[in-house]
Design a protein around this ligand. Structure first.
Ligand SMILES: Cc1ncc(COP(=O)(O)O)c(C=O)c1O
Length: 308
């Protein structure tokens, strides 16, 4: 039985990177050098933000943003519980308290920020734009959001991931973006020591950002194909890069299919810690279905439809 992969990195063409990899090897400048700087400048220009500061992962970036806020030891940070582990773990690893915030059932995004938090980390879930108003510092977890309209326009800072499954992957990597000069200085002061970005990662991210339009066009095409050909609901999209597609399977499908049919490598929701009603509702129904650029979307639909 043919199995359908959940994910495959959208790597730039070998021809566009092979000479650069050689030159990085030869030069001995393998980390935190000119490609990292070039990536930061490219992102600042592409997004129209004042500062882009690169690290080895988004998780590192989130932790450093929290540290740079200089909050009291017993601070409480608001986060959604519908997200990848890193959002919550960044808070816990800084020793702060986590306060979970429920999401909207249709958009999968948080909307309101409670009064009793010292900062908040909203997530652009699956690359769909989240926007909150708050009197406390807002650090967006923008891990899946490169290419999303409006990225970097809101909040004190946003942190992007360039890990393997992301739209413009650098194989690994994370970049903090901000328009605040003082905050940028604080984040930059960590850059020599904590989670340095390797030159190969920076170079691969650059090559992918250069072909961003081509990748985004393909992702939108895959999204539209699934919408047209699969029954069930989808995450309500406002401004998105279609990084992942949240498909709400019809009742019964989830329990029947999950973990029993090895041809369908699709992923369910997240490991949930709370009993927040909307988060639970979405978590029990949602599947993330494959959106990597060379996925055979017709085959995926055929496979899923057999079990509907
Ligand atoms: C919402 C979210 N936050 C954080 C991360 C962590 O990114 P990284 O692996 O670059 O640390 C991810 C990665 O998948 C993510 O999806």
């Amino acid at each position: 039985m043919k199995s359908i992969e959940f994910s495959k990195p959208n790597l730039p063409r070998w021809d566009s990177v092979k000479d650069k990899i050689k030159s990085i090897y030869k030069s001995g400048d393998v980390t935190n050098r000119s490609f990292r700087k070039a990536l930061e400048i490219l992102i600042e220009t592409d997004l129209g933000v004042k500062h882009a500061i690169a690290f080895n992962s988004c998780t590192t970036g989130l932790i450093l943003c929290l540290r740079a806020l200089g909050l009291p030891k017993d601070a409480t940070i608001g986060v959604p519980d519908f997200t990848w582990f890193s959002t919550k773990k960044a808070v816990e690893w800084c020793g702060y308290n986590v306060k979970y915030i429920d999401i909207n059932r249709e958009t999968f995004l948080i909307e309101d920020v409670p009064d009793d938090v010292d900062a908040v980390i909203p997530v652009h879930v699956f690359g769909n734009r989240c926007k909150v108003e708050a009197d406390v510092p807002v650090i967006y977890d923008a891990a899946p959001a490169y290419g999303m309209p409006g990225l970097g326009k809101d909040g004190l800072a946003s942190v992007i991931s360039f890990s393997p499954r992301k739209t413009t992957t650098g194989i690994e990597g994370g970049v903090v973006i901000t328009n605040n000069d003082e905050f940028a200085d604080r984040i930059r002061s960590f850059q020599r020591y904590a989670g340095r970005m390797s030159e190969i990662n920076a170079m691969v991210a650059i090559e992918n950002i250069k072909r961003k339009d081509e990748i985004l066009k393909r992702k939108k095409e895959i999204y539209e194909y699934y919408r047209k050909n699969l029954s069930g609901d989808f995450q309500k999209i406002t401004e998105s890069n279609y990084d992942l597609i949240g498909w709400m399977a019809p009742e019964g499908f989830a329990d029947y299919v999950y973990n029993r049919v090895n041809e369908l490598k699709i992923r369910r929701g997240y490991d949930q810690k709370t009993n927040l009603p909307n988060t639970t509702y979405v978590n029990q129904r949602v599947f993330r279905i494959p959106t990597f650029c060379d996925v055979d979307e017709e085959e995926v639909v055929k496979c899923i439809t057999k079990y509907l």
